[in-house]
Design a protein around this ligand. Structure first.
Ligand SMILES: Cc1cc2nc3c(=O)[nH]c(=O)nc-3n(C[C@H](O)[C@H](O)[C@H](O)COP(=O)(O)OP(=O)(O)OC[C@H]3O[C@@H](n4cnc5c(N)ncnc54)[C@H](O)[C@@H]3O)c2cc1C
Length: 295
């Protein structure tokens, strides 16, 4: 570690999520020595698909990642009510497109793709930056910098500590006290599938009722087209988890009861799924869906 850990230039980043990796690229590019201390053996991207907009695309482009052409899908974002009636379409902004050189506004992409691409950039710049199996316990400010204390690993001296260790950050807890986290009362279901031929790839739809938001958005996965899906519904900290996910989806209150109701019927996608016998695919996707509580 010594050669690439020069006193006066040592930046210790705690947490290897997208925030930590992005900060590491930026500090490396500015000429600092950087280590990312991650508690897992190696970084694991959280969640499934994401919608990212022009400012984030600009940051990724500044890392020489050609997201626009290879990994994301330029999309018009539309909002509709639970009956599928369009309410708002987010316009592109000409001035922004000209100033940034990036067409459109919203892009669908898998979080894992974004993280993998950033990791490739970081590894090309400095392959030993990520240090796995290092869970920060506490830190101590010294006269010359900061000492990091890890569970089951040696202390590390640095000049600057960056806390990028997520929503339950140990760095933030020591600096500012216990986070006052609250359950936001939502349950989120995420999934993605490969392309569905014949479905409009220029528009993403966000459908709302009082209790459920159900949406789909075009995206690209490893250069190939696909769609990302997500459903947000009311939940609570003590809510029991459905054991039969597919049945749960199909029993959500009508008319926003299922993918069929709010996405498929109103966009013609179900038609395509039925015609092309994609039902089995949907059923597999539903069975594989991870459930994440946002808290
Ligand atoms: C279901 C869901 C959907 C989302 N959808 C979107 C979306 O569409 N668009 C969007 O922009 N954002 C979305 N987000 C938010 C996005 O995931 C977060 O904003 C993002 O992951 C935050 O990145 P981060 O690097 O700050 O933290 P994290 O991704 O939480 O990474 C923190 C890292 O720190 C590590 N760590 C934690 N504690 C320690 C410790 N003590 N020592 C060492 N390492 C530690 C963890 O293992 C982890 O690798 C979503 C989040 C969820 C849960």
């Amino acid at each position: 570690m010594e050669k690439s850990w020069r006193k006066g230039r040592r930046v210790a980043i705690v947490g290897g999520g997208p925030g930590g990796i992005s900060a590491a690229i930026a500090f490396r590019t500015a000429g600092y020595d950087v280590k990312v201390f991650e508690r897992s053996a190696k970084p694991r991207p959280l969640g499934g698909a994401v919608m990212i907009s022009t400012p984030v695309m600009e940051i990724l482009r500044s890392y020489d990642i050609d997201i626009v052409n290879n990994f994301a899908s330029q999309t018009v974002t539309n909002f509709a009510n639970h009956k599928g009636k369009p309410r708002v379409s987010l316009p592109f902004v000409k001035e922004l497109e000209l100033a940034s050189g990036i067409p459109g506004w919203h892009y669908g992409i898998l979080r894992s793709t974004t993280c993998d691409k950033m990791m490739e950039v970081l590894n090309a710049k400095a392959p030993d930056t990520i240090v796995g199996n290092h869970a920060l316990e506490s830190y101590e400010e010294t006269e010359t910098g900061v000492t990091l204390h890890f569970t089951d690993a040696k202390n590390v001296e640095a000049d600057l500590l960056v806390g990028a260790d997520g929503i339950r950050s140990a760095v933030s807890k020591q600096a500012f006290g216990e986070p006052d986290l609250l359950h936001v009362g939502l349950r989120v279901w995420l999934a993605w599938c490969e392309d569905v031929p014949g479905v409009d790839r220029d528009n993403g739809w966000i459908h709302h009722s009082r209790n459920v938001q159900a949406s789909y958005f075009p995206m690209k996965h490893e250069g190939k087209p696909g769609f990302e899906w997500w459903i947000v519904e009311r939940s609570g900290p003590n809510a029991t988890q459905p054991t039969d996910v597919e049945a749960h989806m199909r029993n959500l209150p009508r008319p926003l009861s299922t993918l069929r109701d709010f996405a498929f019927d109103h966009t013609g996608i179900l038609q395509k799924f039925v015609e092309k016998d994609y039902r089995a695919t949907v059923s597999r996707i539903l069975r594989a869906l991870p459930e994440l509580h946002v808290g």
